[in-house]
Design a protein around this ligand. Structure first.
Ligand SMILES: O=C(O)C1=C[C@@H](OP(=O)(O)O)[C@@H](O)[C@H](O)C1
Ligand SMILES: C=C(OP(=O)(O)O)C(=O)O
Length: 409
């Protein structure tokens, strides 16, 4: 299926964003480990959270988490300390996303995990049992989800956990998000040094918990505010003092002419008309914002240099290759250096007459490219249903904001 998206003359709207899937999935795991009496409130209704809810409720031998990286990694650790033998699997792409660093760390702690197909990749067969804990060391430069997964089970390990991370730590705000939620549920967990975290053996306590709106989802509305000739967008459920690292988007978009005014309902986005001439940023802490900024800058004609993109190749798709391929259809020639950097120096080429943007089973490709129609007559997005991974009502929200969405054959 494909849709053709075209833009309204201005974007003035009030949007209830989806809840954060990162927070939802952490709250669900921690609440299960706390044997919680309260159910976390305002859970996301996206695919990645739905698979987690289902996995935690089901007694089936096989758990299919589809495309949800957090569910795969968090449940691998959770099942290692939960009685019973289960097989955990996911989509074809999930079976290509590495998990060896996490599996090896869990095995060092005594876990029983076997690869069902290829070494280093899901599906996994896990036989859960109580683990002792202790000191481990693992790479911190591949996915922070491995670290979050280990941290969340640490309070219930007999000796707690002392974790040393090697290499440059990537996606650190997500590790801090995990520590924050753990503490909200009564855990004692702290950074001891820049590369070492200690978690005491102290069981979680069940507490009422409400999930915030998703700042990564908010980024597409910032994009619309930057690209629209006129815009005033109210995003509900966001907080200035957020748990999420992607709240950095508010500061970053000031460079692209959007200011944020926090109010009792959330954040109000307004145009300032003041933009930078070029943008340089290291996305090591906010990898999920890269597509938003690459598309926005290109379409605004702002050359950019984005570094710290090591992890983009192992996400829902190779996001660097996908950005280069799809932005070329809109006439922008992006280049990649060997050093995990993607840049655009202003080079243009002829535009496809009817650009149809492929989404490669990646929700963020669909969500980041659709707003480009604010600067071109219309854009076609292939397989638009991918947005359900994190933002199921994205197209409904665009329609509410005045965009026209036509299904193509
Ligand atoms: O812990 C999390 O909730 C996430 C961590 C990040 O992954 P990496 O740590 O693999 O970069 C991010 O890209 C993902 O969307 C969500
Ligand atoms: C990378 C992402 O998700 P995950 O790794 O959890 O599949 C994402 O949502 O952009």
């Amino acid at each position: 299926m494909r849709i053709q998206v075209s833009a309204p003359a201005q974007v003035c709207t009030d949007i209830q964003l989806p809840a954060s899937k990162s927070i939802s999935n952490r709250a669900l795991i921690i609440n299960a480990l706390a044997k919680g009496t309260y159910k976390p409130e305002n859970l996301s209704d996206c695919d990645d959270t739905n698979v987690m809810v289902k996995a935690l409720a089901s007694q089936d031998e096989t758990i299919d988490i589809m495309a949800a990286g957090t569910a795969m990694r968090f449940l691998t650790a959770f099942l290692s300390v939960t009685e019973g033998t289960r097989v955990i699997t996911g989509t074809e792409r999930m079976q290509q996303r590495p998990i060896e660093i996490l599996v090896n760390a869990l095995k060092m702690l005594g876990a029983e995990i076997k690869y069902e197909r290829s070494n280093g990749f899901p599906p996994l067969r896990i036989s859960g049992k109580p683990l002792e804990g202790g000191a481990i060391s693992l790479k911190g430069n591949v996915s922070s989800q491995y670290i979050s997964a280990l941290l969340m089970i640490a309070p219930i390990l007999k000796n707690g956990l002392k974790m040393t991370l090697t290499g440059d730590i990537i996606s650190k705000p997500y590790i801090n998000l995990t520590l924050q939620l753990m503490k909200d549920f009564g855990a004692e967990a702290e950074w001891l040094y820049d590369n070492c975290i200690e978690v005491r053996p102290k069981p979680y306590t069940s507490v009422p918990f409400t999930v915030e709106s998703d700042w990564s989802a908010a980024s597409y509305w910032y994009q619309m505010a930057a690209l629209a000739p006129q815009a005033e967008i109210q995003l509900n459920g966001l907080f200035a003092d957020s748990y999420q690292g992607d709240s950095k988007v508010a500061e970053l978009f000031t460079e692209l002419g959007v200011e944020t005014i926090f109010n009792s309902k959330g954040a109000l986005l307004r145009k300032t008309g003041v933009c930078c001439e070029q943008m340089e940023y290291n996305f090591i802490n906010e990898p999920d914002l890269t597509q938003t900024f690459a598309v926005t800058c290109a379409v605004m004609g702002i050359p950019f240099r984005f570094s710290g993109l090591h992890t983009l190749k192992i996400k829902e798709t190779d996001r660097i290759a996908a950005l280069i391929a799809e932005l070329s259809k809109l006439g922008y020639v992006l280049k990649e250096t060997g050093k995990a950097t993607l840049y655009w120096d202003g080079e243009r080429q002829s535009v496809s007459e009817t650009p149809a943007i492929k989404t490669y089973e990646d929700h963020r490709m669909a969500m980041a490219f659709a707003p480009a129609c604010l600067r071109i007559p219309s854009i076609t997005i292939c397989d638009p249903q991918v947005v359900s991974k994190s933002y199921p009502h994205y197209w409904e929200d665009l329609t509410k904001a005045g965009f026209s969405i036509q299904q193509e054959d």
